[in-house]
Design a protein around this ligand. Structure first.
Ligand code: ATP
Ligand code: ZN
Length: 287
């Protein structure tokens, strides 16, 4: 048996860390994390974790110091490294947006013509301005971008937004979205066959976890005569399990459906005679 380990770089502490660690733990991979640990070898999967600053991760993966990494698309696109994006992970969702002082009147992107924009993402910002035919000046600063307008450094900013709370508390308003981002799993472009096989195993587990996150196990009771109508309301169900209940003429229906679908049809289910509806989380879903 080969002793080759996959090496994966994750953010040591920040907005990617918690969900990254959670994902791998849900994949059944055991490892130690937290504290001052910079490296951790799993006890039950041939994988080794490196805990790093997020900005260093794409470079390490490109160079092969790490085989895989978890990184925000925003950081990846800003630095355009030669790595493969193997999976969108669905967490750390945010957007890169242009913002201006709240009391300014905004019409459209021409507002920014000839103005100064402070940002930690000069490449993405310049690409966006260029694509929209706006000539503005970007000033790269590495942090606390939101205070740039109030100290007279720039007239606008281009920064990461999720709820908009930070903008608001700095007297700014969001006026245009430049880039939508989420966490992605990246891979070195030249993995050995052994590592490719390990990555395939890891992806299989990630898929099972992701599928389960949106799916719910639904149990409901109904009179036999209402069963057909109830099944017709449940989207995408081929053949639910139907279990007889001790009460004559009643059955229990068990099925798996997407949570989004469920909330849309709950009223019609009840009208169709569904009772005692239980919605349960699913931990893993293997197809
Ligand atoms: P480090 O110390 O590792 O360099 P950092 O300060 O650069 O960390 P964080 O603020 O932890 O980075 O953000 C990491 C990534 O999380 C960002 O690049 C972005 O993709 C995403 N992110 C940033 N802000 C938010 C937010 N408010 N909500 C969700 N995701 C966010
Ligand atoms: Zn960073």
């Amino acid at each position: 048996m080969s002793t080759e380990n996959l090496r994966i770089a994750v953010q040591k502490s920040g907005r990617l860390s918690e969900d990254s660690l959670k994902l791998f733990k849900e994949c059944g991979i055991k490892f130690e994390s937290g504290g001052s640990k910079l490296r951790s070898v799993s006890s039950n999967f041939p994988i080794e974790f490196l805990f790093l600053r997020d900005d260093d991760i794409p470079g390490y993966v490109e160079d092969g110091v790490a085989d895989l990494g978890v990184i925000g698309q925003n950081v990846l696109m800003e630095n355009s490294r030669k790595v493969d994006i193997v999976k969108e992970l669905g967490f750390s969702k945010c957007r890169l947006s242009l913002a201006i002082p709240r009391n300014e009147t905004y019409t459209d992107l021409t507002y920014f013509a000839g103005k100064n924009i402070a940002t930690s993402y000069p490449n993405l910002t310049n690409q966006f301005l260029l694509a929209n035919g706006v000539k503005a000046q970007t000033h790269e600063i590495s942090g606390s971008v939101e205070i740039a307008p109030s100290i007279g450094l720039a007239e606008g900013i281009c920064d990461i937004v999720s709820t908009g709370g930070t903008l608001l508390s700095n007297g700014l308003k969001e006026v245009a979205e430049v880039f939508k981002s989420q966490a992605v799993l990246i891979s070195n472009a030249n993995l050995s066959q052994t590592k490719k096989d390990l990555l395939a195993k890891l992806l299989f587990r990630i898929d099972s976890v992701q599928r389960a996150q949106n799916a719910k196990y639904v149990v409901l009771n109904a009179k036999k005569e209402n069963l057909e109508r109830i099944i017709s309301l449940l989207p995408g169900i081929k053949s639910p399990s139907v279990v007889p209940l001790a009460t004559e003429g009643w059955v229990s229906l068990h099925s798996v459906i997407s949570e989004n679908d469920f909330w849309e049809i709950i009223e019609s289910l009840r009208e169709a005679g569904a009772e005692g509806i239980l919605v349960l989380p699913i931990e893993k879903m293997i197809l």
